[in-house]
Design a protein around this ligand. Structure first.
Ligand code: SAM
Length: 315
């Protein structure tokens, strides 16, 4: 049974991520005209945090772009633990539109997201199409090619039903995104989820961003890393190294996987854009940034040939 206090602390991590993103956007690290509809206020964040978020958002975008190129308009994106992520609106604005876009999170989070979407014309208008009827409940929203549904990802038996309501097509090329989500789910439940997805989506790619290198020099997971901002990091075992991050997929029926620390991801981003953002704020100690980036990674896993061996490299 899950612990209510822990679940609330986990849900609060969404506020934290959204506030950090809004602050970095406000300073000009990247463009996101939609984030301020979901987050009103932010306090100041340290420059290395802002650069870390820049690498996170841009690194994920690299794979989203590669996925959309390979799947054309037939692709389907399923964002697990989406929080207040604005990717759907950013893609629409850029004229890139997958066939379907599904977001899942705890009902308490999706209810708040529904509320913000309903309240802002710019958000709701994007969902409208000529024939577009939008159906709302307190926690769920269904539009022509955007679906937001409330669920606890540890309850696999409910997922089929929720995905069916979201008009999922198991045979379409599918991209799963999980940005700082699996670490909050205990290893056995996360494994069951990954295995279930691998079995249901034969042509898919999973892009996962989260902690890595959580071992000390004796090879033990550092106790101080078991909790972060009051949350139990229940899935921290899989965050020990790039190897464990990759293996968690292959032992759960994914055909192959790869992983990069955020140091590698940061260095692979376009040089001109990196130079631009490196001038936004002074960073006295570059070492601080490197240390931070070494503790996060992007891992990808695939099923089928289409998305085999996608790399972080540009182009
Ligand atoms: N992916 C978003 C982003 O990067 O901006 C939000 C990240 S936030 C750190 C983690 C999200 O995962 C929260 O919105 C939380 O509610 C969600 N989450 C964690 N465990 C979950 C579970 N068991 N079921 C559904 N959502 C979960």
């Amino acid at each position: 049974l899950s612990n209510m206090a822990d679940d609330e602390a986990i849900q609060a991590t969404n506020d934290d991520a959204s506030e950090c993103k809004r602050y970095a956007v406000q300073l000009g690290y990247w463009s996101d005209p939609f984030i301020n509809f979901f987050v009103k206020q932010t306090g100041r964040k340290a420059p290395e945090i802002n650069r870390g978020y820049y690498a996170r958002v841009k690194g994920i975008e690299v794979f989203v772009d590669k996925f959309l190129k390979l799947s054309g308009e037939k692709g389907q994106i399923i964002n697990l633990g989406a929080g207040f992520d604005t990717l759907y609106w950013r893609l629409k604005e850029a004229g890139k539109c997958p066939a379907n876009f599904i977001e899942l999170d705890f009902p308490s989070i999706t209810a708040r997201k529904c509320y913000h979407i309903k309240k802002h014309k710019q958000l709701i208008d994007t969902l409208n199409t000529e024939d577009g009827e939008i159906r709302f409940s307190t926690t769920d929203l269904h539009a022509a090619n955007y679906h937001l549904v409330g669920i606890d990802l540890r309850h696999i038996s409910e997922i089929t039903n929720k995905l069916t309501q979201a008009e999922v097509n198991f045979n379409l090329p599918t991209m799963f995104l999980a940005e700082c989500v699996l670490v909050y789910i205990d290893t056995s439940a996360a494994s069951a989820l990954l295995k279930w997805l691998a079995g249901k989506f034969p042509n898919s790619i999973f892009v996962n961003y989260e902690q890595v290198n959580m071992k000390d020099k004796f090879g033990q997971v550092m106790l101080s890393n078991l909790r972060s901002r009051g949350c139990l990091l229940a899935g921290v075992e899989d965050c020990e190294s790039l190897e464990t991050q990759q293996r968690r997929f292959t032992i759960n029926s994914w055909e192959g996987s790869n992983a990069w620390t955020m140091v590698e991801v940061y260095d692979s981003l376009p040089q001109d854009d990196r130079s631009r953002i490196e001038h936004i704020e002074m960073l006295d100690e570059r070492e601080l940034l490197i240390q931070l980036l070494q503790h996060y990674c992007i891992s990808v896993a695939w099923n089928g040939q289409t998305f085999k061996n996608l790399s972080i490299a540009q182009g």
